[in-house]
Design a protein around this ligand. Structure first.
Ligand code: GDP
Ligand code: GDP
Length: 454
């Protein structure tokens, strides 16, 4: 690749080559208080996941990018979910069920000082039925004396219990080695072939109409049953033919399995959302047009942008819209979406099917942008003119100059600008705005990083 050849010797091009991040997923499952979050913190080496001394603390973040022995994977933390009215056993079972659906391998954590409980046994049944690879973690083995506690967990029939103290870090290296041995290098969620069906996630907060839209789309179009050669099939995804082309709708199981009646539903929804976004190339964020936008809507949009996926916003329930309200609503929408004016917007009704046919063209535009590569020559010609007309403001008598720019990767487009000094955030935003004006990128986030060269 010509661009990368130019970057050779420019220092760590490694992080420039991140493709779409469909990493294998390792999910951490277990009863409350067994130490799942403590273990997750240990693995990601951060204090980011809050550890509370009491169960039932709901957190937003449920998945993290982690690395062990040079291998990258997505770690799903199911700690912090709430116990619902149906009782602890049902909650743990539901959590395990979701985690198993999403995972390529499961890290099952048991408190060795307590030993296997009836709830643990219940999860074991689910795990066995799933046939997914399982690594058994006997946690809270803080010292050699507790080793015997760990040994009692052989009785679960899941193979070797790995004695660990998540709190002190004891045994976590061996545990991760065992997990890496069982985790496939490529996620079953699959890496789409360039000519294979594209992967779409329908996301949005509960009740915006995801399952209605899915039913509309699947009902009116052919659901492709037989597998397209060369694609990996995940049973939670559906292949649907739209406008003559098959599309993967990812995690439709999560959409069809309605969880929002239960307590802790937000957590389950957020767990699913994050995973679905990561599996997809493009996400359709559904928003309920009949009510004001909420923080939860904005959060889902941010999740998509942060994951670097292509984005389409669908304003659903447009049939409920009062004619008189529309101009007002249009202004509201403009305001709400000021940060992501680049995302295509479709107003539709999942109920009546009105404008549902506009979804695919929007998806195609967004994916087209996501795949776009600007040739280096064209990029530099454009930036040269831009910088000549609008130089970086003088700071302390100095003026950083832009030396060279390149786009080393796509999906989404990532740019690297080499400059003679630090570029201010405002100037970087200005460049992003102008890049978009010039090259479009409708429906795709773009990333710009600056390398300072003496
Ligand atoms: P979760 O509900 O499964 O996510 O459990 P947490 O990670 O929140 O941990 C529950 C409690 O167990 C906290 O007070 C932790 O400090 C404690 N804990 C976690 N791991 C260990 C361990 O290896 N040894 C000991 N002694 N305590 C631990
Ligand atoms: P989900 O939780 O996002 O999957 O949302 P659902 O598809 O279950 O929809 C939640 C509720 O909104 C249901 O009562 C649907 O019938 C209703 N709904 C969904 N889409 C539309 C729409 O376009 N118009 C109207 N009027 N109602 C809708």
């Amino acid at each position: 690749d010509e661009d990368l050849a130019i970057l050779d010797g420019a220092g760590d091009p490694g992080d420039l080559e991140r493709g779409p991040r469909v990493l294998p997923v390792l999910a951490v499952v277990g009863r409350p208080n067994v130490g799942k979050s403590t273990l997750v913190n240990r693995i990601i080496g951060r204090r980011e996941a809050v550890v509370e001394d009491k169960p039932g603390v709901t957190r937003d973040r449920v998945s993290y990018q982690a690395e062990w022995a040079g291998r990258q994977f997505t770690l799903v933390d199911t700690g912090g979910w709430e116990t619902d009215v149906a009782g602890i056993d049902a909650s743990v079972a539901k959590q395990a069920e979701i985690a198993i659906d999403l995972a390529d391998a499961v890290l099952f954590v048991v408190d060795a000082t307590v030993g296997p409980t009836a709830t643990d046994e219940h999860v074991v049944k689910l795990l066995r039925r799933s046939k997914k690879p399982i690594v058994l973690c006997a946690n809270k083995v803080d010292g050699p004396r507790a080793e015997a506690d760990a040994a009692t967990l052989w009785s679960l029939g899941l193979g070797e219990p790995h004695a660990v103290s998540a709190l002190h870090g004891r045994g976590t290296g061996d545990l991760l080695d065992a997990a890496m041995a069982k985790l496939p290098t490529v996620s079953a969620h699959g890496v789409a072939r360039p000519d294979g069906p594209r992967r779409v996630a329908l996301v949005g907060r509960p009740n915006v109409g995801k399952s209605s839209l899915l039913n509309k789309v699947a009902g009116a179009n052919r659901v492709v049953v037989d597998e397209t050669a060369g694609t990996t099939r995940d049973p939670v995804d559906e292949l649907i033919e739209l406008r003559g082309k098959p599309w993967w709708f990812v995690d439709t199981a999560g959409i069809r399995r309605r969880v929002h009646q239960t307590q802790g539903a937000d957590f389950y929804a957020s767990l699913r959302t994050q995973a679905a976004i990561e599996k997809a190339e493009v996400a359709v964020v559904l928003v309920d047009a009949s009510v004001p936008m909420t923080e939860q809507d904005t959060r889902v949009i941010s999740q998509v942008v942060e994951a670097g996926r292509a984005l389409v916003i669908a304003y659903n329930k447009w049939d409920l819209m009062d004619e008189d309200r529309r101009p007002y609503l249009e202004r509201e929408i403009e305001k709400d979406l000021v940060q992501i004016q680049w995302a295509p917007r479709v107003n539709l009704s999942a109920k009546t099917g009105w404008h549902a046919d506009r979804l695919v063209p929007a998806l195609e535009r967004a994916l087209g942008s996501w795949d776009t590569r600007i040739p280096t020559g064209r990029l530099n010609a454009f930036l040269g003119e831009l910088v000549a007309a609008h130089p970086h403001p003088l700071r302390g008598g100095k003026q950083p100059r832009i030396l060279f720019a390149t786009q080393p990767s796509t999906r989404p487009p990532r740019f690297v600008i080499f400059a003679s000094g630090f570029l201010e955030a405002g100037y970087r935003r200005f460049i992003e705005r102008r890049l978009r004006e010039e090259f479009g990128f409708e429906g795709s986030p773009i990333e710009i990083s600056v390398r300072v060269r003496e």
